[in-house]
Design a protein around this ligand. Structure first.
Ligand code: FAD
Length: 318
């Protein structure tokens, strides 16, 4: 990793972005402008979200394929298991690996609002089941192909998963995911740096040794912060809500939001975070402004040899 990290950090900082598959052609054109801007910063990887139950499977696979064939970027494919059987998931895992994907973020996915009380017969229940399935598929294929190891990421929760009985249970789940073969974790959004620090220290005490990368999102509008709170079940900081609510216009809102995101990310880095994962919302300007203020912007470096090659996604982090 070539990072221009602040002087307080001795190890390079892993840098990654989250994108979601575009819903139409105009969204696709603007996403590709964003991808080109992000590519210039030479990130370690870009992650591509996946709808629960595979609702956007085709557009996700198409975006991953284009990233692999038309850019120097290394994609990390999100994959959710809720509502799908092991056979269905094995097929999509093989499809991703055939395309050259070498990093998968293994997730359960959110349960649909109208989920039946009895899950579909044979469907996987937890992210841990999906990790084990990915490792099995990988093992079967590696007998035939000389492909590099798949890097598996998982979700971690600084502010407790909404269905979890306790933060202790969250750490037990993270440890179980590590034991099943996870290589690194990316956190859900959080609004207080102490929540990230507490998660890392509780996880380390429990035996979790994989990198835990803070996920941060430029919090540039009151609407976005409120929507994020609703979607994730993570209560936004009242101080930030008040400040954004008092902003006179969009420019001031953005200045406040970028400042708050920089403070959050800096506190996580000062606490030893091995990298920063930026939830971009498919927009580059605010994400790059955050990185610029953190002095984490990197010069572009062409990486022609990386397409489809064995990846070090997540494992480059300390
Ligand atoms: P799990 O780790 O399986 O946990 C789900 C719940 O089950 C938790 O409450 C946990 O405590 C409990 N649990 C887990 N294992 C056990 C066990 N063995 N016994 C008892 N209880 C258990 N969603 C999408 O749909 N698409 C995406 O692309 C997407 N990307 C994400 C990226 C990141 C970085 C994060 C943090 C979240 C993302 N999500 C995405 C949201 C995620 O799918 C939800 O948060 C989901 O509710 C939980 O997923 P998980 O992988 O953490 O599940």
């Amino acid at each position: 990793i070539q990072a221009s990290a602040p002087s307080t950090h001795s190890a390079p900082i892993a840098l990654s972005y989250e994108l979601f598959p575009p819903r139409n052609e105009s969204a696709s054109a603007s996403l590709w402008d964003t991808i080109r801007e992000l590519e210039c910063t030479n990130p370690d990887y870009v992650s591509v979200t996946y709808g629960a139950n595979g609702s956007n499977r085709d557009t996700a696979v198409e975006l991953l394929n284009r990233l692999l064939t038309e850019t120097s970027l290394r994609p990390l494919a999100h994959l959710t298991c809720v509502g799908n059987t092991a056979d269905e998931l094995a097929e999509i895992i093989s499809e991703l690996l055939d395309h050259g994907v070498r990093g998968i973020l293994a997730l359960r996915g959110d349960l649909p609002q109208d989920a039946p009380s009895q899950p579909r017969a044979g469907s996987l229940s937890y992210a841990q089941d999906l990790i084990e399935l990915i490792r099995r598929v990988e093992q079967r294929r590696s007998a035939l192909l000389c492909a590099g190891k798949v890097a598996i990421g998982v979700a971690a929760y600084p502010a407790q998963h909404p269905e979890s009985p306790s933060i202790e249970h969250d750490v037990e789940v993270l440890l179980a995911k590590q034991r099943s073969g996870a290589d690194f974790a990316i956190t859900q959004v959080f609004f207080h740096a102490d929540q990230y620090k507490d998660l890392v220290s509780r996880a380390r005490r429990a035996g979790v040794s994989i990198p835990i990368i803070p996920g941060v999102m430029p919090l540039t509008s009151l609407r976005r912060v409120q929507r994020l709170g609703d979607l994730t079940g993570v209560a936004p900081s009242t101080k930030l809500l008040d400040a954004l609510g008092r902003a006179d216009d969009a420019a001031e809102s953005r200045r406040i939001g970028v400042g708050a995101t920089v403070d959050l990310a800096r506190a996580a880095l000062d606490a030893g975070a091995p990298g920063i994962h930026l939830y971009t919302f498919n927009e580059h300007a605010a994400a790059l402004e955050v990185l610029d203020k953190l002095q984490l912007l990197r010069p572009a470096r062409p990486q022609p040899g990386l397409r489809g090659a064995s990846s070090t996604i997540g494992t480059t982090a300390r």
